[in-house]
Design a protein around this ligand. Structure first.
Ligand code: FMN
Ligand code: 7N5
Length: 355
């Protein structure tokens, strides 16, 4: 078997291992997949301004996120249904994250229960919440708190699940129910209802949610509340005003509204609007250490990766997940040496060429 040396190798190997409908569900975006492609293209458009003759002998990617020490500023983005990539599902994934000194945001729609996943982890773990009903959300948040999760990530870009035409063509809903029953139901039963490829997709994660939901959530948990799916300065300002303690700049990996701005291009205006009031994270299209470097240079505290973790999980279980993270860490380290930023704190905006 080919030995994977970068994330693209993992992508190729994973494609060979996964059934077509699963591969398409993991890989795909919405409508014409413009945003999906643009997430990568936007990183490629940015150019770096390296500094030379800096002592980089002790270059180190270590950082801290919400007071936790990590070996790298890279976390695992919440992705649903890891049971379609590995028999142990998210329990396998999170052990890879721990082994690499990273951390994981566990999806609301995980295959395994949040308690099972927590039991095999000692590291950074946040719970990603979809609010379908308030009573369900209240219970989930309590369970997450009891199980030792350290933050609640509320995803706000999914009042409905977008049209993913690969899934519609593959009849993914019925494929999944036949071959992977329960893949999305580790925490909440019957909430998906086969809506992945349903043209009449139901109100998915709350048609009726508004900014007041943050105050409601605050009355039910003392954990930090982080909003995922912010793409504008206006919403970033509202997030802070309504009490969010962190935001994730994200377009859901190009899977929700097609044609939206790439997160890396939205980042500068959001950093300006937030003006240091809360930490900012970013996900979408990160496949190289230089992508991580660019996001940090533009003001992200850390980044998250979604699909590459699923590739690692499918190819090599927890070892694959760990290796994917370590490859990215190694690449980041090389990039830091070559631009003359020996620590994460040295990485600054002046590394980016404005065109
Ligand atoms: C297969 C898949 C499932 C996902 N499931 C969720 C989810 O349950 N909750 C969520 O907030 N985001 C979900 N996302 C979005 C990711 O958290 C993240 O925003 C995106 O994958 C980042 O882009 P990348 O895959 O290019 O790294 C999912 C993404 C993928 C690819
Ligand atoms: C059907 C589960 C939805 C998970 C999700 O957010 C995604 O697929 O992007």
């Amino acid at each position: 078997m080919m030995q994977p040396i970068n994330l693209h190798d993992y992508e190729m190997l994973a494609q060979k291992r996964l059934a077509r409908p699963v591969w398409d569900y993991y890989q795909g975006g919405s409508d014409d997949e413009i945003s999906l492609r643009d997430n990568r293209a936007a990183f490629a458009r940015l150019r770096l301004r390296p500094r030379v003759l800096v002592d980089v002998n002790n270059c180190n990617t270590a950082t801290s996120v919400l007071t936790r020490e990590l070996t790298m500023p890279i976390l695992i983005a919440p992705t649903a249904a890891h049971g379609m990539a590995h028999s142990q599902g998210e329990c396998e994934t999170i052990q890879g994250a721990d082994a690499a000194g990273s951390g994981m945001i566990v999806s609301n729609d995980a295959t395994r229960s949040l308690e099972d996943i927590s039991r095999v982890s000692h590291g950074l773990r946040w719970y990603q919440l979809y609010i379908r009903t308030l009573s369900e959300a209240r219970q989930l948040v309590k369970r997450a708190e009891v199980a030792g999760y350290q933050a609640i990530v509320l995803t706000v870009d999914t009042p409905l699940l977008s049209r993913r035409e690969r899934d519609i063509r593959n009849k993914m809903g019925s494929f999944q129910r036949t071959y992977y029953p329960g893949a999305f139901a580790g925490n909440v039963f019957n909430s998906i209802n086969g809506s992945i490829d349903d043209d009449e997709r139901a109100a998915y994660a709350g048609h009726t949610l508004t900014w007041d939901i943050i105050a409601w959530l605050r009355t039910h948990t003392s954990l930090p509340i982080i909003l995922k799916g912010i793409l504008t300065a206006e919403d970033a300002a509202l997030a802070v005003q309504y009490g969010a303690e962190g935001i994730i700049v994200s377009n859901h990996g190009g899977r929700q509204l097609d044609g939206v701005i790439a997160p890396i291009e939205a980042l500068p205006e959001i950093v300006a609007a937030i003006d240091g009031q809360c930490p900012i994270y970013l996900d979408g299209g990160i496949r190289r250490g230089t992508d991580v470097l660019k996001a940090l240079a533009l003001g992200a505290q850390a980044v998250m990766i979604g699909r590459p973790i699923l590739w690692g999980l499918a190819v090599g279980g927890s070892e694959g997940v760990k290796h994917v993270l370590q490859i990215l860490q190694q690449e980041l380290r090389s990039a830091m040496v070559l631009v003359g930023s020996p620590t994460i704190k040295h990485i600054s905006r002046s590394l980016i060429q404005w065109t």
